[in-house]
Design a protein around this ligand. Sequence first.
Ligand SMILES: [Zn+2]
Length: 221
Amino acid sequence: MLGGAGLGLTFSGHALAAGEIPKPANVLTPHEALERLKKGNERYVNGYAKRHDFIAEREALVGGQNPYAGILGCSDSRIAPEYAFDSGRGDLFVVRVAGNFTNEDAIASFEYTVKFLGTPLLVVLGHEKCGAVDATVKAVKDGAELPGHIPYLVKRIRPAVEASLGKSGNLLANSIHENVRLNVENLKNASPILTQYVAEKKLLIVGGIYELANGNIDWLE
Ligand SMILES: [Zn+2]
């Protein structure tokens, strides 16, 4: 199992004593968790960050983890979730893949953090000018052929581009938006675990798009 297994915050269905939880401040409702991400992003946009005490944080996390949000982000080097949400270690459970799409590995990772680490919020985080989505637009529209394993990314992002063809506005921007929306839906429908937690209102799954110029996240709610 991954590091932190056995913490079992919600596994047995009862709250643990504060001393058993590495970061008690991370025990939040889904909407509180979203508010915390929004506040963190506001600090990042404004160019300042909370002071992080790395030593105390490291010690607190030796025994486990209870991240308050799971992030499905793009591999793009310009978007670093911990910076974008001004968060510390132990706060975010992050899966990154170029084009921020769901696959079985991503879903399994999020099932783990939701069921065993008590994470109340998942975010699909797309971003402007995504190269993986742009490559898919070129493959779909112009029949561009891509080398190696890159067609695998195209295959996963293609439904978002196809759904955006013929819509008014910019095809790349529309496809990025649709890709986030579709993958939020995929996570919500990833039965049995995620679907059940959403139905019980223990889990919120939302999407957002990171704006490159200012770092702001445009939330799709
Ligand atoms: Zn990208």
